[in-house]
Design a protein around this ligand. Sequence first.
Ligand code: AMP
Length: 190
Amino acid sequence: MLNIVLFGPPGAGKGTQSEKLIAEYHLVHLSTGDIFRANIKGETELGKLAKSYMDKGELVPDQVTIQMLELEVVKHSGPKGFIFDGFPRTTAQAQALDAFLASRNTGISCMLALEVDEEELKKRLLLRGKDSGRADDQNPEIIANRIAVYQRDTAPLKSYYEQQGKYRGVQGVGSIDEIFASLCNQINSL
Ligand code: AMP
């Protein structure tokens, strides 16, 4: 199986590139942010809980997020692989994912990281807020908090996957097609 962790700060272009990667490699796309937003729309208990964190730009607690992700993975029988988009975001989530995939006789193939500097990210998120209507993309304070949470909790995952020899960084600035080509190069050289 080809199991990819797509990594990068909020606004790095993970959603855009995921769409292209799933089409190219026939993978299942699992975005924890999208799943939470679907639950908020459906007014589920999980949605209510997630919203209370998302509205502040905080992470939803690990236990809830991990359980939800695992339930999504088992829904798919015999996939070619998964793109994990926005997951894992903490070391606890990464460890849980490794253990869970090992129990299913598979594992992470690589972490593909989109590298984008902070000023560019803030610009992109505010633009996206206008287009997508996502509340957490419209408020500069929430955006700043999401980036701070990313630096504190999520950025350390780079060394987690580096230690496993699975980290592949790609320049996340350029045209969508250029960035996509760089990601494909990394995958094809695995
Ligand atoms: P995203 O769409 O990936 O930018 O995620 C939007 C929001 O959903 C984040 O700011 C978090 O509040 C929440 N979220 C998404 N994925 C996770 C995760 N793996 N762990 C905790 N919270 C998450």
